[in-house]
Write a protein that binds this ligand. Structure first.
Ligand code: PNS
Length: 160
């Protein structure tokens, strides 16, 4: 049985931290499905197709990674994909409470699906999609934190 993990998120946009988690996750899993939640209630900067495009571009050199979208419960989607795990990155203490809640709820809903956390690489400890968007919006340089294609699109989006 191949070991399949879902790496879910908003990826609005993908950051170097996400890429690091996907690369390291591939050492643990045979196949990773990077899945964007379709969430009409949450306003995003990039459309779903833009986000998929950026993910594909920036993870092109990682083999056995595919890209998808999902709605509804993550554990249902995981089961549908025959995935046995959910992969999440964990940064500083601030991520812990939310991630803990999410993992426990997912475990309650489907016991078979385990959540695996990888601690973020030290370089990416302060990297988050939200803070990157905030900096880029006001002309801040985020070159070191995102793939080149994302940097370019952020500049276009914010007219910089
Ligand atoms: O990148 P994000 O926004 O932190 O990702 C959050 C995500 C998509 C992993 C989470 O919101 C999610 O899985 N949503 C789907 C609905 C669900 O199953 N929620 C958890 C149990 S209530």
């Amino acid at each position: 049985m191949p070991r399949i993990a879902i790496y879910p998120g908003s990826f609005d946009p993908v950051t170097n931290g996400h890429i690091d988690i996907a690369k390291r996750g591939r050492k643990l899993f045979d196949h990773i499905i990077v899945a964007i939640l379709l969430n009409p209630g949450k306003q995003s900067l990039f459309s779903v197709s833009e986000r998929i495009e950026m993910l594909k571009e920036s993870m092109a050199d990682i083999d056995n990674v595919t890209f998808d979208t999902f709605d509804g419960l993550l554990v249902d989607y995981a089961q549908q994909c025959k995935a046995n795990a959910i992969l999440r990155g964990m940064r500083a203490v601030s991520d812990f409470e939310y991630e803990f809640q999410l993992a426990l709820m997912n475990r309650k809903l489907k016991r078979k699906v385990e959540t695996i956390f990888l601690m973020t690489g030290l370089r990416w400890i302060f990297t988050s999609s939200s803070i990157i968007k905030e900096a880029a919006k006001f002309g801040g340089d985020v070159t070191d934190m995102v793939p080149p294609g994302v940097n370019r699109r952020l500049k276009i989006k914010f007219g910089k």
